[in-house]
Design a protein around this ligand. Structure first.
Ligand SMILES: [Fe+2]
Ligand SMILES: [Fe+2]
Length: 288
């Protein structure tokens, strides 16, 4: 099976609906105002309500309750609101698979959230200026797995069975079954959604940051790689990869990270993960 076999069936793959698409484009339009973005979000009342629930979640620990989308955009920023819309969409596309009872999709979603939170935290701790971009790059890093599951569910299932029976990584299962790497599939998918380059390149490089050493975004790719490593090590959620996770020295060197820092990062990540309940249950709307 080739990468093109999956990409050619792109109509079967999850695509953000028009409102989420419009949110993505408005959020990256330098001319757009907070009101413009809020107006787009409000086109989908259910989405708006779910976003408000996230805005008021423990993760952001805002001093007072926010009830208007306009305020949310002003206080948390365009990118964070865009991230929330994409989170809702991603949750829906993963959890819509739950009729396929053999896999625990909620645990996979938990892995996505864990890596998003871990990436954003690492950006903050290393002083990277645009931490919101890290949240979404982390959240979407394994979308290739979802894409494969949509297009060839039996193949995805076979890969997961192989990882758990042989206790190998998902990447090794891909090799054994000669299927395209989920990182490459995900990169194509996110590119087709018109997301910024940093996001789709990070998806493409999250297992092999060194291959992207020439990229403008090798620091971002390294951060998501490290967050993915740590979330797997902490066994937070399930990425359907059952080998002891390894971290590439290249990623640590790129960011100048030492073992002592990793210990501190791990402690803070555990604390942060205790505030993400509303992200995990993003299926629910806000209660008025
Ligand atoms: Fe991955
Ligand atoms: Fe992952």
């Amino acid at each position: 099976m080739k990468l093109e076999d999956i990409i050619s069936r792109v109509e079967d793959l999850p695509t953000p609906d028009p409102v989420v698409n419009k949110i993505i484009s408005t959020a990256s339009d330098p001319e757009a105002s907070a009101k413009d973005l809020a107006n787009v979000v409000k086109l989908d009342p259910s989405l708006a309500s779910r976003i408000l629930r996230l805005v008021n979640s423990a993760y952001y620990s805002l001093p007072r309750k926010i009830t208007l989308i306009n305020e949310a955009v002003m206080i948390l920023g365009f990118r964070t609101v865009r991230n929330m819309a994409l989170s809702v969409f991603t949750y829906d596309s993963i959890l819509s698979r739950k009729h396929r009872k053999h896999l625990d999709y909620f645990q996979l979603w938990k892995h996505f959230v864990g890596v998003a939170v871990g990436s954003e935290l690492l950006a903050q701790m290393t002083g990277y200026p645009n931490k919101e971009e890290l949240f979404i790059a982390g959240l979407l890093h394994d979308m290739g797995k979802i894409a494969l599951d949509y297009v060839f569910p039996e193949v995805f299932e076979a890969a997961v069975k192989l990882t758990s029976s042989l206790k190998i990584s998902f990447c090794k299962a891909e090799e054994k079954l000669q299927i395209p790497e989920h990182a490459a599939v995900g990169m194509k998918l996110l590119q087709s959604w018109n997301l910024p380059e940093v996001i789709f390149l990070t998806c493409g490089g999250h297992h092999s940051p060194e291959d992207f050493s020439e990229s403008l975004y090798s620091d971002v790719i390294s951060m998501v790689h490290i967050a993915d490593f740590l979330i797997n090590l902490l066994k937070y959620g399930d990425s359907f990869s059952y080998e002891k996770p390894v971290v590439e020295p290249f990623a640590l060197n790129t960011l100048g990270i030492r073992p002592k820092f990793l210990v501190r990062y791990s402690e803070r990540l555990k604390e942060k993960l205790s505030t993400v309940q509303d992200f995990l249950n993003i299926g629910q709307e806000a209660v008025k």
